[in-house]
Design a protein around this ligand. Structure first.
Ligand code: MBD
Ligand code: FE
Length: 305
């Protein structure tokens, strides 16, 4: 089509906007429609392709998979890179790297002081002990910081979304002690894969891609007067470590794993096999007025603990 003809119809559609329109929403919708019209023209998208795309998105919405398609297409990671840049512009540097929240957090997990056992004892998996400190930018420990932790089981599944697991299995909020320390015992997670034959899986297959994440553990770390950190650590050695379908692995978030086979240490945990041990400290940035909010409002699952 003639570009002038496309502009004419786009202008007519934008002019239908009323004077009480929400200006931000109007700007976004106009830009999106404009870009999509041009995409349809440039790629010569056929009517059947358009309707099949629309129905695909509708199905992804009905099955709750839009929160998987977004990270799979790199949107969540891109938003992280934009937040990194905004912080850098505001003079914020260093600290523990952020990485994506993902769609599987559930608010309301049980709160523990200092340490917790995350697994309910029924699942398979190597015992994992992870511990460290929450610190400020000057390296000082932050007492009473909150470490919210959640991860998948040895089948790559998350409690709540996997109804076979007990409530809040592998999910806790741990309050740091007077020296900023947190510690938990759990079981080694396995990487999550998108539901077989779901909308995300079918889309990724069309792109000759897989829908698997490397094994990881999610965290929200918060302390009064500090910017909330959303991050993950990855389990070193996972074959998907640098081949994450959600593009979320980052340098600085792959701590070394130590295997502990000391008899006294095993007895203290009541385990009869060597266990995995990870030490990882979190460094938070102080609140800063000229930086965008670190805490992102978003619809999340929530259950009373
Ligand atoms: C996950 O466990 C996850 O962390 C992300 C980002 C997407 C899907 C599943
Ligand atoms: Fe995850």
């Amino acid at each position: 089509m003639d570009k002038i003809q496309i502009d004419t119809v786009l202008n007519r559609i934008e002019e239908a906007t009323g004077q009480h329109a929400n200006p931000r929403i109007a700007a976004i919708v106009h830009r999106m429609v404009r870009d999509l019209f041009h995409m349809i023209e440039d790629l010569d998208i056929q009517p059947e392709e358009f309707w099949s795309g629309l129905n695909f998105l509708a199905e992804a919405g009905r099955s709750g998979e839009l929160g998987l398609i977004a990270p799979g297409l790199g949107f969540d990671h891109f938003l992280d890179l934009r937040m990194d840049e905004a912080e850098s512009q505001a003079g914020i540097a260093g600290g523990t790297p952020r990485t994506i929240e993902g769609p599987l957090y559930v608010a309301g997990a049980p709160v523990a002081q200092g340490e917790a056992r995350l697994d309910d004892g029924t699942g398979e998996g190597e015992v994992l002990v992870m511990e460290g400190q929450v610190k400020d930018g000057a390296g000082q420990p932050l007492a009473n910081a909150v470490v919210e932790v959640w991860h998948a089981n040895a089948l790559g599944n998350y409690s709540y979304f996997d109804p076979t697991q007990s409530a809040f299995n592998l999910r806790r909020s741990i309050v740091t002690d007077g020296e900023g320390r947190y510690r938990f015992r759990s079981i080694m997670p396995v990487g999550y894969s998108v539901p077989p034959n779901g909308a995300t899986d079918r889309l990724l297959k069309q792109l000759d891609r897989h829908g698997t994440r490397p094994a990881h553990i999610h965290f929200f770390v918060s302390a009064p007067g500090h910017r909330k950190l959303t991050t993950q650590i990855n389990i070193d050695g996972d074959p998907y470590l640098w081949d994450d379908f959600a593009f979320a692995t980052r340098e600085g978030l792959v701590p070394p794993i130590t295997r502990v086979s000391d008899a006294a240490a095993m007895a203290a945990l009541g385990v009869d096999k060597p266990f995995a041990s990870i030490r990882f400290d979190f460094t938070l940035h102080a609140d800063q007025a000229n930086a965008p909010q670190a805490e992102v409002a978003r619809q999340r699952a929530s259950v009373a603990a």
